[in-house]
Design a protein around this ligand. Structure first.
Ligand code: NAP
Length: 291
């Protein structure tokens, strides 16, 4: 059994991106510029945006965080987005989710110019991805693909079971792995799936993205399977200083001995997601997806 070390893969990719950025700048271009809009005071969102800002510094990007108050109206957020859409100094931008309840996330996502939508959430990017056209891929699915690539895990002809059908993880990763090049046979499961245990047990590759701590147990996993654990649930713990710890969707200790590969939580899929955002921003600066 091999543990997939997302931290190590992310660190290597970060170095590669940094080298590409220096080449890009040395050939006379300005530094790629990523803007993050943060509305309100959600603690987790502030932490995520902080990590993104730090990573921008590490790969040599310019980064800007627009901090807007909780009471920002939908209209003024949409105006801010319209301004960024046409700002020639901004290559890509993201609006950190979740947004305060009075703002429609869907409206906000659709207001972003697909050319600058480096989160890959706009329906134009989703549609292009599903059609197999160049697109900004959403961060978590792209991070999973990078891990599979890095560890040279065979996907062709293998049965991949995805648990969870969210727009940001389950559905896109199921679609991507079924595409030419990855060539998995994919089953996408959700809360109405019948005989889920049997379905999961038939998976050569299992991607757990349902958000239920330690849901996948050893009896649900085939011997030698590849397990990708996307779930992150914060649970109280008296063993940590913070008073809480993170659990994945997989019962790691009992599942790991049965697997060929497994991603831990934390330190598996999580560190990869920021890397995908960096990749997309560099693509935006180079106008690789949209000429
Ligand atoms: P989500 O929107 O929370 O949706 C959960 C999905 O799981 C739904 O499709 C739901 O089915 C399905 N589900 C729930 N209970 C189930 C059950 N008992 N059996 C089978 N399917 C079940 O999903 P998400 O936003 O993708 O998040 C999933 C988890 O991944 C969360 O823990 C989240 O924190 C984590 N996450 C991690 C990262 C990372 O960077 N590592 C990134 C994103 C998300 P229905 O559609 O039928 O309701």
């Amino acid at each position: 059994m091999q543990i997939i070390d997302g931290k190590e893969v992310a660190a290597n990719l970060r170095k590669e991106i940094a080298a590409e950025v220096e080449q890009w700048v040395a050939s006379g271009h300005r530094r790629p510029h990523l803007v993050a809009i943060l509305v309100g005071n959600d603690g987790a969102s502030q932490t995520y945006v902080g990590h993104k800002e730090k990573c921008c510094g590490e790969v040599g990007f310019r980064s800007t965080v627009l901090r807007l108050p909780e009471e920002t109206t939908e209209e003024s957020l949409l105006q801010e987005i319209a301004r960024l859409n046409v700002d020639p100094e901004v290559d890509g931008f993201i609006v950190q989710l979740p947004l305060p309840k009075h703002i429609s996330e869907q409206k906000v996502i659709e207001a972003i110019d697909p050319k600058k939508d480096v989160d890959g959430f706009h329906p134009v990017n989703t549609g292009r991805m599903i059609s197999g056209l160049p697109a900004y891929l959403p961060a978590t699915p792209d991070g999973i693909l990078e891990l599979l690539k890095y560890y040279k895990i065979e996907t062709s002809g293998r049965h991949c079971v995805v648990i969870g059908r969210s727009n940001i993880v389950g559905r896109p990763i199921a679609n991507l792995l079924s595409q030419k090049g990855w060539d998995c046979t994919v089953t996408l499961c959700h809360s109405r799936t019948k005989d889920l245990k049997d379905v999961v047990r038939s998976g050569d590759i299992v991607i757990a993205a349902l958000g239920k701590a330690e849901f996948v147990t050893a009896d649900m996993v085939k011997e030698g399977a590849v397990i990708v654990d996307v779930g992150i649930t914060r649970v109280p713990s008296n063993k940590t200083k913070s008073g809480w710890k993170l659990l994945g969707d997989v019962k790691f200790d009992e599942v790991a001995p049965k697997c060929s590969y497994i991603t831990p939580v934390p330190g598996g899929v999580g560190p990869m997601t920021i890397i995908s955002l960096m990749k997309n921003t560099l693509k935006a600066a180079r106008k690789e997806i949209y000429k």
